[in-house]
Design a protein around this ligand. Structure first.
Ligand code: AP5
Length: 224
């Protein structure tokens, strides 16, 4: 797609399909998918100082403290591979983080478009508790909507499928509370800047991808 926006946020409640869509959209636009949740989980897995500090927050579904995540993203967006564009998934998640991101643009707002993937909460709890991730290639499955051909085995690499530590019902409910209290209000911040476009996140993965691509191709941002 020629002349497309190159610095994009994917925004939405837990389980809305941000990770699933980000992989497809970043690939089609030739920009880099930056996912704070995965970066934090990799730090936890490898036992870095950031991972040791973040682990307890993530497991309970709480936000990792702003200063840690802001530093992590500021460092990531300095890397040469994102010079041609990025698709942020999972950041910002608080007003503090949104303001810090705005200041990373040397005076100009670096974000060009915010795609809000809208899915009613009642559809999402089951989506999250049914999610399984390949321990090898990190492919994402869903026991209800995108099951693997063999139970507990990845179709792509044969790796073992596991459940995320925060995909149990108690953590999921807490993630929704945190989303409502700390993250959802950021929509107003970007609404005021005229950057938000809302996309219906129900339907198949392919249908949602096409809606997002159309929203990104539109000249003007539709806010509602
Ligand atoms: P993070 O990993 O970002 O979790 P999240 O925002 O809760 O989002 P999810 O990854 O759960 O869902 P998703 O929207 O990506 O959905 P997915 O595509 O997988 O963050 C985890 C934790 O890290 C946070 O709780 C926090 O502790 C910490 N953290 C991260 N960023 C932070 C920050 N900035 N500040 C502070 N702390 C931070 O899809 C979900 C399931 O549905 C999958 O099984 C998928 O296969 C399925 N699915 C997807 N689309 C469809 C569809 N259209 N139809 C049917 N099924 C579908």
């Amino acid at each position: 797609m020629k002349g497309h926006v190159k610095r994009i946020l994917l925004f939405g409640p837990p389980g809305a399909g941000k990770g699933t869509q980000a992989a497809a959209i970043a690939d089609r636009l030739g920009i880099v998918h930056v996912d704070t949740g995965s970066i934090i989980r990799e730090n936890i897995r490898t036992g870095t100082p950031l991972g040791l500090e973040a682990g307890a927050y993530v497991e309970k579904g709480e936000l990792v403290p702003d200063e840690l995540v802001i530093r992590l993203i500021a460092d990531r967006l300095e890397k040469p591979d994102v010079a041609d564009g990025w698709l942020l998934d999972g950041f910002p998640r608080s007003l503090e983080q949104a303001k810090a991101l705005s200041e990373m643009g040397d005076g100009d707002e670096p974000v060009e478009r915010v795609v809000f993937i809208d899915v009613p909460e009642n559809l999402l709890v089951e989506r999250l508790t049914s999610r399984r991730i390949c321990s090898g290639c990190k492919a994402v499955y869903n026991l209800q909507t995108m099951p693997p051909s063999e139970p507990d085995r990845c179709d792509k690499c044969g790796g073992r499928l596991t459940q995320r530590a925060d995909d149990n019902e108690e953590s999921v409910r807490n993630r929704f509370r945190v989303y409502r209290e700390s993250t959802a209000p950021i929509a107003d911040y970007y609404e005021e800047k005229g950057l938000i476009v809302r996309v219906d996140g129900t339907g198949t993965v392919g249908e949602v991808t096409e809606r997002i691509m159309s929203a990104l191709a539109a000249d003007r941002v539709r806010t509602k």
